[in-house]
Design a protein around this ligand. Structure first.
Ligand SMILES: NC(=O)C1=CN([C@@H]2O[C@H](COP(=O)(O)OP(=O)(O)OC[C@H]3O[C@@H](n4cnc5c(N)ncnc54)[C@H](OP(=O)(O)O)[C@@H]3O)[C@@H](O)[C@H]2O)[C@@H](O)CC1
Ligand SMILES: Nc1ncnc2c1ncn2[C@@H]1O[C@H](COP(=O)(O)OP(=O)(O)O)[C@@H](O)[C@H]1O
Ligand SMILES: [K+]
Length: 488
């Protein structure tokens, strides 16, 4: 499991650890890790000796980390110039160490020879702000970043790309765009959640000994292969199709019959023993998936299932309203997606005795919250937490970062680490809802079903796309291979 912790938690852990260590020890550990990461990058393009490194340093300890790391690089023969974002102000000990190692420290506005380097820099180290940054980069700092990154030299961010909000992943103004981020002690939420995460580049975590001081429950967690493998259902020797779970799918309409096929195609690959389809798309479903049990009437008469999926392509006619109300009235787990979300009443969802999972994209989440789509995209963590609390449900918010939150206090939000931009294709969400519903029917808890579903869906999409556009059915077809990858 990859975990991320809030600034408050990281600071508390650092305090506890620092109390037991000599002064400055943590910053030296951070600097050593940072210097090693920079040296790796420099070696990839040439060598450390003779390379040109510019450190963009702010006034806090983030700048201190970079200055000490710069000193280490200077001792290995790199030409290192630290450019202060605020004239005359930078970490004193770090500045002295860099000077003693043969580096230079200058002010951002100064016209000095180092500016002749601008087109010949091998590495820019962004150390303007770390976890102490607030708001977007101030204009001077933003100007400095623009000047030194314009020529395309690789950028390594120290702890976080400067200008992003560490706890939320929001990017309220100007922020650095890094090729790599070297972070200390623990991941911060911004490194895993867009729009900030997309600015962090490749992540490298430096162990500074913080682990034992961090609480057992993180703010955010991302499942990895082994976590997902442990969740996936496996048929036992005595299993039969009913014991493995039956998932019901209420999707599609005369106007959108394809949604029924797509949701069923996901459900067939999700571990349930059988898929029941209820709705007007039975002929299209059977044509593609003859193993489906189809029923043309209302879901209430379709037969017993262990979980329902309702919503994809349902439209907003009377049949759709009837399907949503039938299904919300059941005592089994229900996943509501797409058109189903437009017909939701928070009180009805809250009053359910069995779990409910909602799977909105940013536009649907915005409609449920009475907000604008851009607001949801800019503040995904807040949006997913708010929706889970309002509806008393598990909420999977789709998009460039998929997040899953529950309404249970002190439960980490899960962030899905798989996926590809190619998934932004019509109908891929229908495959996800079928797949996740199938995992619910197989007995996974809502948070686990949603996060394992998103994980497999993203992995299947990567396999199916492999650098080229994909269609939603390709994702469904690649789920078995993703499943095998995870269990390998
Ligand atoms: N704690 C530890 O044990 C360890 C911490 N470590 C390191 O310390 C980092 C935290 O250091 P920190 O607390 O000094 O804050 P930091 O991120 O340098 O920024 C604060 C400065 O930035 C300024 N500033 C703020 N907003 C701004 C903006 N929008 N645009 C421009 N400037 C802005 C603000 O200026 P002021 O408001 O005072 O004028 C303030 O001076 C942490 O990320 C990690 O790298 C490691 O060494 C491991 C051990
Ligand atoms: N930029 C993106 N990067 C990665 N995945 C994305 C991106 N945009 C959308 N997705 C994923 O693509 C799927 C689209 O689902 P959805 O919006 O419901 O589409 P549809 O309703 O057409 O099925 C979701 O799994 C979502 O997480
Ligand atoms: K930084």
């Amino acid at each position: 499991m990859r975990t991320a912790y809030s600034v408050e938690t990281v600071r508390a852990a650092e305090q506890a650890l620092m109390a037991r260590l000599p002064e400055g020890a943590l910053m030296q550990r951070a600097a050593a890790g940072l210097a090693a990461a920079c040296a790796d990058l420099l070696r990839r393009a040439g060598r450390v000796y003779g390379s040109r490194v510019v450190l963009l340093v702010g006034t806090g300890d983030n700048g201190g980390d970079a200055l000490y790391a710069g000193a280490r690089l200077a001792r290995r023969g790199a030409g290192v110039v630290a450019v202060r974002a605020v004239p005359g102000r930078a970490h004193e000990g770090g500045s002295a160490a860099l000077l003693a190692a043969g580096g230079r420290v200058v002010d951002g506005g100064e016209s000095t020879t180092h500016q002749d380097w601008a087109g010949r820099i091998d590495l820019v180290v962004d150390a303007i702000t770390g976890i102490g940054g607030r708001g977007g980069l101030r204009p001077d700092a933003a100007g400095l970043v623009g000047r030194y990154t314009a020529h395309g030299a690789p950028v390594v961010a120290v702890d976080l790309p400067s200008g992003v909000e560490a706890d939320t992943g929001e990017v309220p103004g100007e922020a650095v765009r890094a090729d790599a981020t070297v972070t200390f002690g623990a991941y911060k939420p911004a490194l895993l959640v867009d729009p900030a995460a997309e600015r962090a580049g490749a992540l490298r975590l430096v162990d500074i000994g913080l682990g034992a001081e961090l609480p057992g429950v993180p703010d955010l967690e991302a499942l990895q292969y082994a976590d997902v493998a442990a969740l996936l259902p496996v048929p036992a020797a005595e299993s039969d199709k009913y014991r493995r779970g039956v998932v019901g799918i209420a999707a599609g309409s005369a106007r959108y019959p394809g949604a029924a096929v797509l949701a069923v195609s996901g459900a067939l690959r999700g571990g349930a023993g059988a898929v029941r389809y209820a709705g007007p798309g039975g002929a299209a479903v059977i044509a593609r998936h003859p193993e489906t049990l189809v029923h043309a009437g209302r879901p209430a008469r379709a037969g017993r299932v262990q979980a329902w999926v309702v919503g994809p392509g349902l439209g907003d006619g009377t049949d759709a309203v009837a399907a949503v109300s039938d299904i919300l009235a059941t005592d089994v787990p229900v996943l509501v997606d797409a058109d189903g979300l437009r017909l939701l009443d928070a009180e009805v969802v809250r009053a359910r005795t069995a779990p409910t999972v909602l799977t909105p994209h940013a536009g649907e989440a915005a409609a449920l919250l009475g907000a604008r789509r851009e607001e949801v995209e800019a503040g995904r963590l807040a949006a997913v937490r708010e929706l889970a609390a309002r509806f008393g449900a598990t909420v999977l918010l789709k998009g460039s970062t998929t997040l899953i939150a529950t309404d249970t206090p002190h439960t980490p939000v899960r962030v899905n680490p798989t996926g590809t931009g190619w998934l932004a294709t019509a109908g891929s969400g229908d495959v996800l809802s079928g797949l996740t519903g199938s995992l619910l029917a197989a007995g996974l808890a809502p948070l686990d079903a949603a996060s394992a579903g998103a994980y497999l869906h993203g992995l299947a999409a990567r396999r199916a796309a492999d650098g080229s556009p994909l269609a939603a059915l390709d994702v469904a077809d690649a789920i078995p291979a993703a499943w095998r990858d995870v269990r390998a």
